[in-house]
Ligand binder design. Sequence first.
Ligand SMILES: Cc1ncc(COP(=O)(O)O)c(C=O)c1O
Length: 418
Amino acid sequence: MKNAEKLNIARSLRDFEEAIGLIPGGVLGARKPSDFIAGEYPIFLESGKGGRLIDVDGNEYIDFLCGYGPIILGYREEEVDEAVIRQIRDKGFCFTLTQRYQNQLAKKLKELVPCSEMSIFLKTGSDATTAAIRIARAYTNRIKVMRCGYHGWHDWCVEMRGGIPEKLYEDVHEFHYNNLPQLEELMARYGRETAAIIMTPFGHALHQKMEEPGPGFLEGVREIANKYGAVLVYDEVRTCFRLALGGAQEHYGVTPDLAVLGKGMANGYAISVVTGKADVMMAAAQKLFISSTFFPNSDGYVAALKTIEIIERDHVIDAIWEKGGRFLKKIQSIIDKYNVGAELSGVAPMFFITFKKQQSGVHKARRDEFYTQLIRRGIFFTPHHHSYICYRHTEKDLETAAKAIDESMAYINEKYPG
Ligand SMILES: Cc1ncc(COP(=O)(O)O)c(C=O)c1O
């Protein structure tokens, strides 16, 4: 199999050089070149439409990152954008007082999400996970938190702890997905001091294979939370509106006390939610101050209402499961042809291709070469984060991607044979 030609990303690299003098690190967080494969992936994008992106050098990609999750329908989804544009042009979106969309959206969530009785709307996933923890602490009058998964960049949960006083995270304990004994042990020690157990209900730890809940895992966590009187919070920032309209809690049939929703809800517009049982949520009204100048801005609410309307009307989630399911079957049959330690994990709406760890470290070489070959072939997956299927990925997009996966696997199979 031939080595695909390296992309011309000269403009991206020039812009990045300039950015380094203007923005610490050039670009923030998980958009840094080192989070992809430096020198191979573009750094700046120009535009997107449907399931495709164009970078500043004019290279086109079929994109499976979907903006790191919020693009559930597709880029520049006209109905959603038009609804927001109409709002901005005809009524306005930033006012002294709240517009009524909050009631409409809260009612819609109550209808769709099993735990939802009351909601608070914010802007980012990190806003919402932090608010959920504060609510749980206020409701229980306890401090400790058990956590499982990525919950954003705020002081209590970020992995890189530079600039954060130790006391802000010393009451936060981590457990691993599908490891119930570990949580039991922690709770046996700290259960009576624990305000919240916050977890992603579907396992998608950083750089790791994705995991569905093992038999009894979610039920077991629910029981432990009940036993010790801790608030169970599902971080459904990635899973709500993807696994099901009502999130992983609907899909797996275990209901938390609170849930945090964000990506996927408004097709890219900024809005996030803490939603849940009324008695717990009421702590927010009675004991807390949760406020931002921008929380009531209605662009996100309008986008969310329209996105949810389209998801329901066009059976978007069924369509994603259906075409994603077929795509995953194809990927698995490709992986089975080659002895390179590749592994496919996840479910149709969100999945990941990783490489089995080997002492020799060859898995890293295979991984980097595989993803290099893919990006050179115009397929935007990344080595460090799982992928998503969006509604606008066409059969042709998925066929093209499957062919590129086959060729890239064949290439590494020749270069790093098993
Ligand atoms: C599960 C989960 N929780 C919370 C967050 C934080 O959301 P945001 O990046 O919008 O602050 C993310 C973002 O990737 C996430 O995936």
